[in-house]
Structures are given as structure tokens and as C-alpha cells.
Design a protein around this ligand. Sequence first.
Ligand code: M6R
Length: 610
Amino acid sequence: MCGIVGYIGKRNSQEILLEGLKKLEYRGYDSAGVAVYTASGLQIQKAKGRIANLESKLEEAPLNGSVGIGHTRWATHGKPSDVNSHPHTDNSMKFSVVHNGIIENYITLKEELIEKGHVFVSETDTEVISHLIADLYEGDILKAVQKAVKRMTGAFALGVLTEFEPDRLVAVRQASPLIIGIGEGENFIGSDIPAILEYTRNVFILNDGEMALLTREGVELMTLEGNFISREMFRVDWDIVTAEKAGFDHFMLKEIHEQPRAYRDTMGSRISADGTQVTLNELTTLTPEAIREINRVHIVACGTAYHAGMVGKYIIEKMARIPVEIDVASEYRYRSPIITKDTLVIVVSQSGETADTLAALREAKRCGAHVLAITNVVGSSVAREADDMIVTLAGPEIAVASTKAYTSQLVAFYLFGLHLAQTLGTQTAAEIAETLAALKALPEQVEAILEQAEAIKGVAEEMAKHDNLFFIGRGLDYAVALEGSLKLKEISYIHSEAYAAGELKHGTLALIEEGVPVIALATQHELLEKTVSNIKEVKARGANVLGIAVEGELELQKSVDSTFVIPKTLDVLAPALSVVPLQLLSYYASLARGNDVDKPRNLAKSVTVE
Ligand code: M6R
């Protein structure tokens, strides 16, 4: 959580820091602040709330200087307030620190520093870092930071400045992401690439346990112990425009509309020209021999990525006939899962930086499993630490509510499932070709759904008047129901629950009363009759049912109050279509309630703390 940015160069750093923070606001938006080395020394400005509040303060009292650090916060230790905002400083006000992560031993360190006379003003763990560095400083900021990080446990990406050495900026990465941008006569740090992409495409991605010393003239990379490292520069090949709204009112709406393109790109050259084969050339260690050794698959992820994994479980079991277990990443390593060298662990993460997913990956590797990552960010921690990776080519996803990343993850699972089936011979060539043909039709089918957005808007505005609603479905429809419910909760703040349709009568049916909205997904042909029975059960108790059905299913349409129809596809591919109206529904419900769609309360895009 939290976004860090830093600049050292010749330009006015305030502007660069503010622009960078705006690009990182998705990581947290409780408060923001900057520290700039000015003619009168190191000056700090902070403001509770959105970056716009900080911007207004800086308009009134600008901080002029060409070296600075900035931070946008997602509160962990201490409520959102001016005093708890970063940058933090020490009693001399000569040191300044921005931090993303959690210092686990901050209480011990704080007590020790208080004994020595340090006075703390905030409730944060971060303030300890600035005091500790000040305490250890003996004329060299790099050395002081190296000594300080030796004392700290937990997760930390840091940007550190001192007034005593105004031409040096120190950056540290330990279990929280940080990149370094290389310019001409200027250099940058950022939690993520969009923060600096306006100024440079050349970046170094720091690994855990590494740090960097930035001056205007250059960047030195080293371990936390000070051993120099040489690293190849990474050239970013996507554009800042892809991280802008492109005329849409919100990033979420833009990203929903990008799904046909994301589908095409993610399938891309991975499907042979004659449409008969999947080629996943990027799998280097997961050779056909290695695939034949796999006797179980674990899928591990969080939130929306977990919901994609639920569909993935179904796909792999159906196509490759390998047993699959799925876990939320925050639970996985605490339940002593049975992991052997014949286990394939698939971690799914849009950002590739989710702390729990990364910890699950490390646990899997520690136990000798083969780890495959499905991620949207090449160069992310998950991507770098996994044995193999399938990149989803969704492009940068900025809205907190995940949409195009989820559907691209589904595509990755379809391709991987088919790849397993080809290798293991668990599906015939005709079955594989049929699925590939249906996959290739998805982008146009999503376009057709998006053309009906206005119809969904009307339904959403009606639903926005309710405080409770339910999603039901069976089989794959249940997995999509969970995703629809999460999407609605996170941006509209309407309480909703997703239920396996057959399970409602075991308790939750008691909550159904006159007028309660129920969204019933009924795209799975073999389960249709059973789902219709469950719809009748809620209708009999007064529910107002919106059905999500496949074109031509007239029987279902007769059982519900209104229907949204998706184009015909194979049952296994239906989630890739049926989720789209649910995304639109959440979007319009959030709008109707006057919420901030892209930045829902209490959340952040990347959850880099446990
Ligand atoms: O970056 P990741 O895919 O690892 O993120 C996982 C979840 O935090 C994420 O999917 C979250 O649930 C989304 N906000 C849901 O829209």
C-alpha cells in the first residue's frame, strides 16, 4: 500500500512529485505529502485526504527546489490525518522519509529512541525510521540508512533525504515494490512505473534487499550491505496514454471497454494461425515432461484474482483432469498445505505485488513446487520469483475495481487449460479446435454486450436504491456471482452476497423478502433446470430477479422479472461474457450513489501488506 515518488534533477521537483503522486493515487488516498530541499532547507507539506488537498496547499505556499520525495498514503498505523501523513522527519527536521510497508518491530525501536531523547509526534511506524536514521547519522546518509535497515524488520520501500547532503537521494526496497527511473541529468524513484513514465522509459527494478543512491549524474545500485550490483536497464514499451482515461469519465469504464482489446492481445500469437493449437512459448521450465509429472494443482490468489482462479480450477479439472485446490493467499500458508515437487502452484495477481500472494509463492517454492504466475505486470515480484509466467496483456489497470485484468486472467486459464489438454491428450483435437474458435469469438461478443450498456444503467439505478442484494448461480455461474458481488460491494457500498444457488435454502433464504433484488446467473446449460428451480424459490418469497442468460433461453426468461442476454458461447467460456454486465451494473450503481468509482473508500489497488 501507499505510493512513493522521488526526484533529483534540475527541474522544479514539486510539480514532478505531484504528477507522480496522482499516478500512484490508486495505491492509497487517505493523505499525501512532499518534502523538498529548498533554499531554506528541507521543507515538508502534507494534507489529509486526496492529493488535490495537498496541491491546494502547495499552490498557496510552493516548495521550490530540485530534489524531493512524495507519498500518498493508505493508512495502516494511525488514522488518516495531517500528522500521520508522510514524509516523516526527526526532531532536528533535517531528515525526511517516505515509506511503503510496515515496520514490524517499530515499538521496540521507538522505545529505544525515546530513551535516547527522541520525541515522536505521530502514531505511525514510519516515524521511527526517520528518527533511527538521524540517530545513526555520522556524515554519510547512505551508511546511516544501511545501518538503520539492519535494525528494521518487516516490509519497506523507502525514499530518504537529508538536508546535510542535498545532492543525494537514497532508495531502499525490502518486500515492498520500488523502481528507479533513469533520466538525463535527473533520476527518479517510484512505487510503480506510471509515476515516472512521463519523464523516462528507462528503469531499474529493485529486488528485495537492494538499495540505490541517486544523484543528478547517476544511480548506483547495491545490496543493503553496500555491495555494488550491475543490472540491465528495463525499457518500458507501453505508453503513458494507456494509463490515462482516454475520454471516459472513469478509469473503470475505460478498462471495461478495453476488454475486447485485452482479449485479443492476451490470445495474440498464442493461438496458431489455423486455430488448432495453443503455443505457450513463454513456458520454459514447465516442459511437456514436467507437465506429465504434475499430480495436483494449487491455485492461490486474492480478491478478484481468486475469483478468476475459481474459474481456472474448473477449466483445468475439465480440460486436463488434474485435481485442483484453490485457496485465498492469506490462508494458504497457514493451513499446512500438502505441497510436493509434483505440485504445480499457480499464483494469480494483476499487480504481481500482493503481499499474501507473494508469500504463498515463496512458501510453495520453499516446499519444492513448480510455480506458474499469471500476472499483468512483467517485472513484478511475482513475475520474477515464479518459475514460469503467463503474462496477461490487459495493459495497466488503474481503477481499484479490477475488470480487464480479471477477464484477461480467464483467457490465460483457458489457454493454459488447453495447453495441458494438448500435452496430456485429455481432449481431442476437435474439442480443442472448437474451444479455440469460441475463444476467438469472445472479443466481438464482448463488444456486443458493451453496446447494451444503457440498458444495464437503468437496472443499476434501480438497484442502487436498495441496501441489500443477492447474486446466485451454480457451477461456473457461482464463481462469476462471487466476482459480481465483490465488484458491487467495493464500489457501490451496497451489501451483497453471492450464493451457490442450491445452498440458499440452507439458511440465507430467510433474508429474501418482498422486493429484494436477486441477480441470477444461468448460463450453464446442464444446470439450467436446477437454477430455474432456485429462481422460483426466491421469486416465491417476493424477490425481484434479474436473470443473466444466454441468448435463446426463453424458458429462463419466463421465470425472472427481467433478463440480460449474453451471446451464445460454450458453457466453459460463459464467465468471460457474463461478468461484463455485472461490471457495468456495479459501475452504474456506484455512479448513481454518487461514489468515487475509481477510488472506493478504505481500499487501494495494490495490497502490499499482509
Ligand atoms: O494485484 P492482485 O491481482 O494480486 O490484487 C488482488 C486483489 O487485491 C484485487 O483483485 C482486489 O480484490 C480488487 N480490488 C477487486 O476489484
